[in-house]
Design a protein around this ligand. Sequence first.
Ligand SMILES: [Zn+2]
Length: 349
Amino acid sequence: MTVGESTPEVRLDQLTGLRTILAPARADRPMDFGIAEHGPGAAHTCPFCEGNEQDTPAELWADRPEGAEGGPGWLVRAVPNLYPALGGEVGDDTGAASTGDPLKAAARAARVELFERVPANGEHEVIVHSPEHLRALAQLDERSLSAAVNGWRERIRAHRNSRCVQLIVNEGPDAGASLEHTHAQLYAMDFVPAAIARERERFRSHHDATNGGELLADIVSEEIRRDERVVAVDDEAVLICPWASRSPFELRLIPRRAEGDFAADDMDGFGVGMLATALRALKSRFGTEPQLNLWIRTAPKGAEPFHWHIDIAPRLSIRASYEIATGVDINIFPPERAAGELREALGDS
Ligand SMILES: [Zn+2]
């Protein structure tokens, strides 16, 4: 496959070694915020609403208790992203030398390539959470939320051959959503982004430094013992405001059972109750569903030890020059205070 004008490509920054995906076709996306108001009219124009299935690319998967494939009757539905940030086949060997750790790429290369670019291989899909025009995960009842999370797991399983899968939810225009109907996006990549590679390395080095300790399990034990940043605990998971939260009211949902793979076969339904608790805490604290970014950290291919988790960052602050220049975030709201307020909010809800 050749790199063309509209084909997504990955470029490596010469100074930082970090990747950027260039996806010019995404500039053509329609933005429905401010045009299609939430209300009776929205269902007529929204491509994600039940009855408008013909307005999306052909369906990849659906949880459909009734009705024919491609039509109504579904609870959760996955379709290719119409404006993909990734394209082509995972495992395509074009530019294979560039798909490893960016920090090692320069050492491996026989010659210095200053303007390195490769096709952004992979797949980019959308998982629609509900046949109804709801704007937030928090508006789903527990059964629908469970079906949506099950859809996340099904689609991650469908990309087992990818080197790394990133599933994310953007809620609200400030959080990067272009359509308001609640949905997730899945990126199946043939490289491991630096932030995920770093996490994998930290699990490994903690394991080595502690004679087999598991980093996130150790953190959970210690968080429960200190009880300063814990928001909620149930049989399956713990909800905390992370020690070094990058933004106000950041939340991390951690399964109490150490498992690297969010979509492992015996993980079905795991963590849904605590996800509902997290969303309820935020809604209660802010009086409405805040705009937010949510992402699932699951083990990249072959990573061991690893421990999946779900991170939620309400969109309350803006990353400015210092944060962008240094990669160091300045958080004006300590996680201890956020956890206290969220515990209180849960008590009131
Ligand atoms: Zn809709």
